[in-house]
Design a protein around this ligand. Structure first.
Ligand SMILES: [Zn+2]
Length: 74
């Protein structure tokens, strides 16, 4: 049997959960909130999503946009 090549992040050094990003995460956000923006493709299935500083900035933007779109959609 071959060993599977799975790299687990060290404790305290989590990797951004956004698919294809792979940077060191800066914050963890409830997964639902990240998914609700519809802007991210998240890896894994944990309840929290780890976001690096770049993705966190995007997340904040997207969640703002969401609110604006909601009010515009009337
Ligand atoms: Zn990221």
């Amino acid at each position: 049997m071959k060993h599977r090549d799975i790299s687990l992040p060290d404790d305290g050094q989590e990797v951004c959960s956004v698919s294809g990003c792979g940077k060191t995460s800066k914050r963890s956000i409830p997964r639902k909130r990240v998914e609700n923006t519809g802007s991210f493709n998240l890896q894994g299935s944990s309840r929290k999503a780890n976001l690096c500083s770049d993705c966190y900035r995007l997340f904040k933007k997207s969640s703002k946009k969401d609110r604006t779109m909601e009010s515009l959609g009337r």
